[in-house]
Design a binder for this molecule. Sequence first.
Ligand SMILES: [Zn+2]
Length: 158
Amino acid sequence: MKAIVLTHTDLDHIAGLADLLEAFGPVPVAVHDAERNVITTGRPLRREFAVGHPNVENVTSLAEGRPFRAGTLQFEVLHTPGHSPGGVSLRIGDVVFTGDALFAGSIGRSDFSNSDPEALIQGIKTRLLTLPGDVVVYSGHGPATTIDEERRTNPFLS
Ligand SMILES: [Zn+2]
């Protein structure tokens, strides 16, 4: 089974969704329930950026603690909200995709009306910094890093 997996639904992360669905066919789009309505109703995630986008009908849920399987891949789903309510990080083996929660040397914005700065820090500390130090972090923006590197040097997490 193919699927399109979303870490969250900010416009710069879903702008290609229509093109992907056209290329792959109507494969399920996986998203956390807290942001499901963004892609099913076309309602924007942010009051601040009121840009609509097409509705998606074939949606499946990403939930903390429930592994998500697509084809031969199985992802561990870690709820890392705060940048957005349904933000998730996806771990597969020694790699984790953190969306806009954790970046190399930085963290996601949490100044939007539906952001939560404390939840962001809390989620990163409890879900990500507790992973093995050699896990490689691929974030939504910027270079790759590792959990150990961020534990030692990220100025937002000390
Ligand atoms: Zn974002």
